[in-house]
Design a protein. Structure first.
Length: 161
């Protein structure tokens, strides 16, 4: 599960959340290499002919497009949510793609964990409410992971009060 409770700090309990990666960087290299090798295999039959030069640019373009698409997917999934549950303040910082940063703070005595079973963008959508705004947390997690996170957050907030 891409959820990690870090050791307690003077600020409070700290939680890191990040999206799951089904294709790690090492697998990415193997996938691109394998795809390039398999697309180059039929070219062995046309080596030394004009057909090779007619087909080769399209194969290179296809591999480059695949590379670009996977890299774009990696950049868009560079999300880290950092939740600090302190006695005086609850802080959620979301580091998004392209260095986008959003921050939310509230008094822990007023923070509530709300689960929207339906009606949200994902099943069992989790939000934290307290103060002037309601913010989402862990929208990239699976429904089962969000249910487990809801239970853990409720327990830790209850312990703060």
């Amino acid at each position: 599960m891409p959820v990690e409770w870090l050791p307690p700090t003077p600020e409070g309990d700290r939680l890191h959340l990040w999206p799951y990666r089904s294709l790690p960087r090492r697998g990415f290299v193997w996938f691109i290499g394998g795809t390039a090798a398999l697309t180059a295999l039929p070219l062995l039959a046309v080596i030394g002919t004009a057909v090779l030069w007619g087909v080769l640019p399209f194969l290179v373009l296809a591999i480059a497009a695949l590379w670009w698409g996977l890299e774009r997917s990696y950049r868009d999934a560079e999300i880290l949510e950092d939740l600090v549950l302190g006695a005086a303040q609850v802080t959620l910082i979301r580091h998004g793609p392209r260095k986008r940063r959003q921050e939310w703070q509230a008094n822990p005595h007023w923070v509530r964990v709300i689960r929207h079973a339906t009606g949200g963008p994902v099943p069992h959508y989790l939000t934290l409410q307290g103060g002037p705004r309601e913010v989402e947390i862990g929208a990239f997690l699976t429904p089962e992971e969000r249910l487990a996170l809801e239970h853990e957050l409720r327990q830790r907030l209850r312990a703060l009060r």
